[in-house]
Design a protein around this ligand. Structure first.
Ligand code: CDP
Length: 236
């Protein structure tokens, strides 16, 4: 499958049409960005690592029966996906308190959430992705009302699957963000990417951060962290 017309270019990916109107190609760029694009850098190889990790994770989820937009890996930085009508909502699952929830609600950093916490945010650069509740999602028509419980249930299921796999590899899945959309067959599925850009991953032995916080807070070489995640995920 080959890239045709460019549809959209975001901070980390470019979306292309293909010869099949129902399928798109996502191309992962080497751009790293944080704090609404205020901090930015080109990091050679990041796109390849993110595509590879995202493909691996989508393959795991599909094997476990989670509906996703993933079709296959096209090349080192390209993924083939079903075209989706994307909901402008970010679904965040948290196992440990860090990041925005600590700033927003004054919860102590490192607090464990049992059961895990699910939060919704509206995707809006202009409004800086504000937190929204279910009533807001319905009011603003961000997603079909019947998709809300499904997104919550799927996000928790994804958390179970990925927490188990990362724990086996000595990594704590601290939190992550999912996006959802409607596929051409009408089903609601996980879309976008699942990479260390959208997850927090802490080494269980050393506490070392292996995710984008390395870039956000200058904690060390981003590639080293992402390579370590890929190495452990591929190690069976
Ligand atoms: O990153 P920040 O502290 O601003 O936000 P958060 O709400 O603590 O993020 C929770 C999780 O969702 C982290 O793993 C983020 O990397 C991820 N996230 C994301 O991928 N994209 C966003 N726009 C916001 C959060």
């Amino acid at each position: 499958m080959e890239r045709k017309r460019k549809l959209y270019e975001g901070k980390a990916k470019v979306v292309y049409e293909t010869e099949d109107p129902k399928k798109l190609i996502l191309l992962f760029k080497d751009t790293a960005s944080a704090f609404d694009g205020v901090k930015k850098a080109e990091i050679e190889e990041k796109g390849v690592l993110n595509n590879t990790i995202s493909c691996l994770i989508f393959e795991i989820l599909e094997r476990e029966g989670v509906r996703t937009h993933y079709i296959g890996r096209v090349s080192d930085r390209e993924m083939l996906v079903w075209r989706a009508e994307r909901f402008p909502v970010e679904v965040v699952v948290r196992n440990v308190a860090t990041g925005s929830i600590v700033r927003r609600l004054g919860i102590r950093e490192g607090t464990e959430f049992d059961p895990p916490l699910v939060e919704f945010f509206m995707k809006s650069d202009e409004l800086h992705d504000p937190p929204v509740c279910e009533a807001h999602i319905v009011l603003l028509k961000l997603a079909p009302p019947e998709a809300i419980p499904l997104m919550r249930k799927t996000a928790l299921r994804v958390n179970e699957i990925l927490s188990r796999i990362f724990t086996e590899k000595g990594i704590r899945l601290v939190d992550f963000k999912l996006e959802f959309g409607k596929l051409p067959d009408g089903s609601v599925a996980v879309v976008d990417e699942i990479t260390p850009d959208s997850m927090r991953l802490w080494d269980m032995r050393t506490g070392e951060k292996l995710d984008k916080d390395r870039f956000r807070f200058d904690l060390g070489d981003l590639l080293e962290g992402y390579r370590e995640v890929l190495r452990r995920l591929s190690d069976s």
